[in-house]
Design a protein around this ligand. Structure first.
Ligand SMILES: [Zn+2]
Length: 253
C-alpha cells in the first residue's frame, strides 16, 4: 500500500464538525507514476483491476473501512431510493439511505453530482447520485423528503454536502436539456450552448425539502476544469477515471 501514502481527499468543512460520521471524496491524485487514469476507483475503464482494487482499499482505509464495507449503486440516472442495512452492490439505484453504522454509502462520479446527507439527531445518512437526468427527476429533493417523511428526521436538523462536480463555468448542455430546468440555473453565453449549474440546482432541491441554507455546503470545485485534481468524463471521455464519494456512520462509541 506504499503507493498511496499521499492520498489527497476532498472533505466537507461543514460536516467535519460531526464526530460520528466520516465523509470523503477521492480525486485523481494519489496514484503511483504510470497509472494511466491516475487515482481511479472505477473498474472496466481500461485500468488494471488489481490497481483499482488497491486504490479502493486505500480510499476505504482513510474512512476507517474495509472495501467490503462499501455499498455501491449501479447508477442508472433514475430516481430510485433504497434503504439498506448491508453493504454490497445495488442495481438500478441512485440513492441509498441507512441507519446502520459501518456501511460506506458510495457514489461513483466523473462530472455528476454526489450529494451526502446526514441527520445527526436521527443517526441517519444518505448518498445521492445526481446527473442532469436525476436532477431533473429531483432525486436529491426526493431523498431529503424521504428522510423527513419515512424516517421522521426534522428537515431543519439535516446537513448536506454537495461534492465536486461539473460546474456552471464549464458544463455545456443542449437547449433541450436546459429547457428542463429553471432559467435561474442556466448560464447563457454570447455564443454557443447554455451552461447548467447542476450543483446549484441540487442545493435548491435540498432547500426546497426544508434543509436550512446554513446546513448545506457546496464544493466550488469544477470537475471539468480542475484538470490535475479531478476526473471528468466530459473533458477526457473514455480516458476518464472515476472518483468515489463515501459517507459512513461510525460504529457506536
Ligand atoms: Zn469549470
Amino acid at each position: 500500500m506504499t503507493d498511496f501514502l499521499i492520498l489527497p481527499l476532498i472533505r466537507s468543512a461543514l460536516l467535519a464538525q460531526f464526530p460520528h460520521i466520516h465523509l470523503a471524496q477521492s480525486t485523481r491524485q494519489g496514484a503511483a507514476p504510470g497509472a494511466p487514469l491516475g487515482f481511479n476507483l472505477g473498474y472496466g475503464l481500461g485500468d488494471d483491476d488489481t490497481r483499482v482494487t488497491n486504490a479502493v482499499a486505500a480510499f476505504s482505509a482513510r474512512l476507517d473501512l474495509d472495501p467490503e464495507d462499501l455499498a455501491f449503486m449501479n447508477q442508472v440516472h433514475g430516481a430510485t431510493i433504497r434503504e439498506i442495512s448491508e453493504p454490497g452492490v445495488y442495481d438500478d439505484t441512485d440513492a441509498l439511505i441507512t441507519r446502520q453504522p459501518g456501511i460506506g454509502l458510495t457514489v461513483r462520479t466523473a462530472d455528476c453530482v454526489p450529494v451526502m446527507l446526514y441527520a445527526p439527531a436521527d443517526n441517519l445518512i444518505a448518498a445521492v447520485h445526481a446527473g442532469w437526468r436525476g436532477t431533473a427527476e429531483r432525486i436529491t429533493q426526493k431523498t431529503a423528503e424521504t428522510l423527513v417523511r419515512d424516517f421522521r428526521a426534522e428537515a431543519e436538523s439535516i446537513y448536506a454536502f454537495v461534492g465536486a462536480a461539473a460546474a456552471g463555468c464549464c458544463y455545456e448542455v443542449g437547449e433541450e436539456v436546459a429547457a428542463l430546468f429553471p432559467e435561474g440555473f442556466i448560464l447563457r453565453q454570447e455564443n454557443g450552448n447554455p451552461h447548467l449549474d447542476l450543483k446549484g440546482l441540487n442545493r435548491q432541491q435540498l432547500e426546497a425539502a426544508g434543509i436550512p441554507a446554513d446546513n448545506i455546503e457546496v464544493s466550488e470545485l469544477c470537475s471539468i476544469h480542475e484538470e490535475t485534481l479531478l476526473h471528468s468524463y466530459r473533458r477526457d471521455g473514455k480516458r476518464s477515471g472515476r472518483m468515489l464519494t463515501t459517507i459512513v456512520l461510525c460504529e457506536a462509541v
